[in-house]
Design a protein around this ligand. Sequence first.
Ligand code: 0O2
Length: 233
Amino acid sequence: MTTDITTDINTAALLRVSPDAEKFKQLLKSAESFRELMTYYRCAIFEVETKFNVLSEEFSLKNDRNPIETIKTRLKTPQSIVEKMAKKGIPLRFSEIEDNISDIAGIRVICPFQDDIYMLAECFLSQDDITLVEKKDYIKNPKPNGYRSLHLIVTTPIFLTSGKKMMRAEIQLRTIAMDFWASLEHSLRYKKNLPDSLKLSDDLLKCAEDSADLDLRMMSIRRQIDAMKEGSE
Ligand code: 0O2
């Protein structure tokens, strides 16, 4: 009771000093909801990362090589969320975030070979608490700039004190070569609004194609070695 009165007095005093106080209070309130939402996305990252770690442990136990080279995770920054919403013409409202931005929880799985990607995607998607929302195969259909990766947008449950909540996450599966290209291209060009230079784009595209060719050649070498091993057993 005393707290309520104090709060009211404080608000009234604030309103006298600044007519924007109520607006500011609302902003802080929504910032609190935003922090809460980001915490849920962080939990979704934990859930998905754990699933890939479990697969990795099992593969290490049962095979002489692991199809998972590295797992990286990232939570999209508030700035990046706002930029994406603005780019897509989504109203800049807190309530629009969950339905419209699928890659706030991002998990990147880097594999040695291209066929590892599809095998892992299948293992992951067959888990009964994972629902596929959208699959974008930029390996079979590379982006015009040469970008290659398999993107899976999924929902995963997180378990809170209040019960289960389904959260979206984006998983990007790539080979080491695809990651090498995408990471360098990202730092060189992506989102930097550089003036379009045909020459640079051509060079980057050529690098992506050369990396894709290397990927196929390395996979072919591994398959020949696998076949030789099987033949000698
Ligand atoms: P960041 O910095 O990684 O957060 P959608 O997410 O489906 O609603 P979008 O953005 O068209 O809409 O999806 P898309 O094309 O599948 O891209 C999602 C993510 O893939 C990007 O996130 C990048 O991480 C990566 N990506 C896509 N295209 C490229 C590319 O040409 N080069 C590089 N290096 N990465 C790419 P963000 O939010 O754009 O960036």
